[in-house]
Ligand binder design. Structure first.
Ligand SMILES: [Zn+2]
Length: 85
C-alpha cells in the first residue's frame, strides 16, 4: 500500500492480524480507542460491512471523534495449523 498525502476524509486501513489482544486499536488520527466489543457507537460508527461466504471480510468504520474512515481487514486470516486436526 502506498501512502498518499494526508487530507481530510482519508481512509485508514487496519489489519486485524497485526493487532494484539482483543482487537481494540487506537484511531490512527486522534487515538480514540476503538473496540469491536463496544456496541454503543459512541466512539465509532459502522459504515459498511462486507461479507463473503457468510464470513465477515471487511468492516468500514467512522471515528466519531475526528471523522476518519477506517477500513478493517484481516478477519479471515487464521493460522493454517488450526484447520487441521
Ligand atoms: Zn479518530
Amino acid at each position: 500500500m502506498r501512502k498518499t498525502a494526508t487530507k481530510k476524509g482519508e481512509t485508514c486501513t487496519i489489519d486485524l492480524t497485526k493487532i494484539d489482544g482483543d482487537g481494540a486499536f487506537p484511531c490512527p488520527k486522534c487515538g480514540a480507542t476503538i473496540s469491536p466489543d463496544d456496541e454503543t457507537e459512541e466512539v465509532y460508527t459502522i459504515v459498511e460491512t462486507r461479507v463473503k461466504n457468510d464470513e465477515l471480510t471487511e468492516l468500514k468504520l467512522k471515528c466519531n471523534q475526528c471523522g476518519t474512515k477506517i477500513r478493517l481487514t484481516g478477519f479471515l486470516l487464521r493460522p493454517p495449523e488450526e484447520t487441521q486436526t
